[in-house]
Write a protein that binds this ligand. Sequence first.
Ligand SMILES: [Zn+2]
Length: 201
Amino acid sequence: MKGETHFIIGMAVTTTLVTANVIVPSIFLFASAAAGSYLPDIDHGNGKINVSLGLTKVSYLALAILVLYYKVNSETIIIALVLLAVGFSHHRGITHSFLALVSLFCITDNLPGSIQAGLVVGYATHLLSDFCTDQGIELLYPWGKNFRAPLTITTGKWGERLVAGCCSVIAICNILLMTPEFRELLPVEWLDFTSNIKGIF
Ligand SMILES: [Zn+2]
């Protein structure tokens, strides 16, 4: 699935969670959700983050050595291990697994809640999206079995464009619902209805 589609899906889910009052909106939440939605593809040379920052597999290995050269403690060892895992991984392997998602949650535990929530939500939506493509993902890495949804879409084909289009509409509607000026234009009965829907969550 393309990076842009991951971004759009990440924004659709994040804005839905915000309008459902599950998480509190902030610029940090949306920025980290965007980063999280691109993050799993750092195992691919053409991943958005790698292309933007000019990073390659060798860069991650070099960074791991640099981190340990700078200081050796429990934190730098964890960072170096993550960098080594990315450097040696194959596409849709460890970075597209539950192991990576849980590790991300643990590693970001000391960060502000909005940043942790954004990264984890963005990352999870990426895994779910790739799970729904015909290439699948190694969800239970290090078990090498490839998992995919019973019904899948093909990257770059009409199915992906349809998903991106629907998620764009969802994200835009949610953003409008977050805007007080727009909410004032809506009928009271409709707002009551959306409040009841939110109550379910
Ligand atoms: Zn991916």
